[in-house]
Design a protein around this ligand. Structure first.
Ligand SMILES: *Cc1c(COP(=O)(O)O)cnc(C)c1O
Length: 461
């Protein structure tokens, strides 16, 4: 074992990791977006039987950088269009590094003063950016999956209260079923959250959608205090949002709770140019939104926002003699986690770096790139299946096999990365332009790469 002090050991690790990080970032824009097959092969070097004795931190970091760094997907390089994610903003990457060395357990103010302070400011800023009520509860979760779970957990107990049932006492198995209304196009994580909360598929009432994936307001059943309605801002394929203004007030007047899954689409509320997509969304009872998608902070970071803080606290509060109660609600009482990373620090940093103008520019710019991409694809002979209302493009050409080939060839060539999907029954390529790092040149390079892959996949066209 080395004779170094703990301080020297950490300093060495930080210096070494900074060097590796520089090296990684330095060639990310040039290298293949997908990991090469040789990089994937070399990754196996890390798969050994349980190490009986230790290895120096230096060698551990070396191993990671040598074998794991090349086998990443270059999501930060500007030409990754998979899922709905982009690369992290510079200030939020820096904040994440600092956050790691701070190593704060962001449960209570007394143990993580600056971290929780920053999270509270970030929370206030996000509410203002999105135009949501300033008194809302904001919990920083690992993502929208968890934020949906949090919002729906609060909804569940609150709705039972309206039925004069105290769920925390009698338990779900002794309670009559609620009615769960959701869109046919609800994201898979909404159904997962509902399942975790004890709701079964038999109590789901699915509402049909228009061809863009928006719930049809005229198809909404009658609702009441026994109802939770799950709406969506930003369909994961088309980017379309539900008609909130037509649904929310009227459903709430009948006693329903309206939850909005706004993983990426809720950010549209921040931009005067895009706001029309989500008119009325601010009327809902609870919302989920991701920072790690369109706001470009590191993972894992979503926000569970709720108009009714007491409903959140009912399901999330933990009280123990060793926990001092402060004046403000501690993070542990707004999310399921107890010991937790102060992921909101990176949100603070990202918002501070961009400012409101910068955020609006990021949103508008990526949407403009989506339109350029769609126009380029149309010129190539693709049919654009969605109205490009946000940052999503869904395009088709040829058969399912053609789509598979185009996707595979493009991924293997490594110029860009996008996936395929089925939209309204049609196989399609799907591109999400979500990164601050994407430039117009990246869009042109991507179009060239798609042209190449399309010609190879269907040479007789
Ligand atoms: C990504 C996404 C989710 C899930 O969010 P995570 O942050 O990945 O947990 C939920 N809904 C929609 C519409 C999404 O795009």
């Amino acid at each position: 074992m080395s004779k170094k002090s703990p301080r020297e050991k950490i300093l060495d690790a930080v210096d070494q990791a900074a060097g590796c990080a520089r090296d990684y970032v330095n060639n990310i824009h040039e290298r293949s977006v997908s990991a090469s097959s040789s990089a994937l092969q070399a990754l196996k070097r890390l798969n050994e039987s349980l190490p009986k004795s230790g290895t120096s931190a230096k060698d551990v970091i070396d191993l990671l950088h040598t074998y794991a760094s090349p086998a990443t997907t270059a999501t930060t390089g500007g030409r990754f269009f998979g899922l709905v994610v982009g690369g992290s903003l510079p200030a939020s990457v820096g904040a994440a590094i600092l956050n790691s060395v701070w190593d704060q357990v962001a449960i209570l103010d007394i143990v993580a003063p600056s971290a929780i302070y920053l999270e509270r400011i970030a929370a206030r800023w996000v509410l203002e950016i999105l135009g949501l009520p300033a008194t809302s509860s904001v919990g920083f979760s690992t993502g929208s999956s968890m934020a949906n779970l949090i919002g729906l957990a609060a909804a569940r107990n609150a709705q039972y209260h309206k039925l004069k049932i105290n769920l925390t006492e009698i338990g779900l198995c002794n309670a009559p079923p609620l009615r769960i209304v959701l869109s046919e196009e609800a994201h898979v994580t909404v159904a997962k959250a509902l399942g975790l909360l004890g709701f079964g598929k038999n109590q789901f009432i699915y509402i049909p959608c228009d061809p863009q994936g928006r719930i049809r307001a005229d198809a909404l059943p009658s609702v009441g205090p026994d109802t939770i309605i799950c709406l969506q801002a930003g369909n994961v394929n088309s980017g379309a949002s539900d008609p909130f203004a037509e649904i929310i007030s009227q459903s709430q007047a009948q006693g329903a709770w309206v939850h909005v899954d706004g993983a990426f689409g809720l950010w549209a509320a921040a931009s005067p140019q895009l706001k029309a997509q989500v008119v009325g969304v601010e009327l809902a009872d609870s919302w989920s939104v991701d920072a790690h998608k369109w706001l470009n902070t590191p993972y894992d970071c979503g926000l569970a926002i709720c108009r009714h803080p007491a409903a959140i606290h009912e399901v999330m509060t933990t009280i123990a003699p060793y926990l001092e109660l402060g004046r403000q609600v501690p993070p542990k009482d707004m999310v399921p986690e107890f010991s937790r990373r102060a992921r909101g620090v990176e949100v603070w940093a990202g918002i501070k770096e961009l400012g409101l103008d910068g955020i609006v520019d990021l949103l508008n710019r990526t949407c403009a790139y989506a339109r350029i991409l769609a126009a380029g694809l149309r010129e190539m002979g693709f049919k654009i299946l969605n109205e490009v209302v946000l940052n999503q493009v869904v395009a088709t050409i040829g058969t399912a096999e053609t789509i598979q080939k185009i996707t595979q060839i493009a991924q293997a060539e490594g110029e860009c990365w996008f996936g395929s999907t089925i939209w309204q029954g049609r196989p399609a390529i799907r591109l999400s332009i979500s990164s601050w790092a994407t430039t117009e040149q990246d869009i042109q390079r991507t179009l060239a790469a798609i042209r190449y892959a399309t010609n190879l996949a269907s040479p007789i066209r």
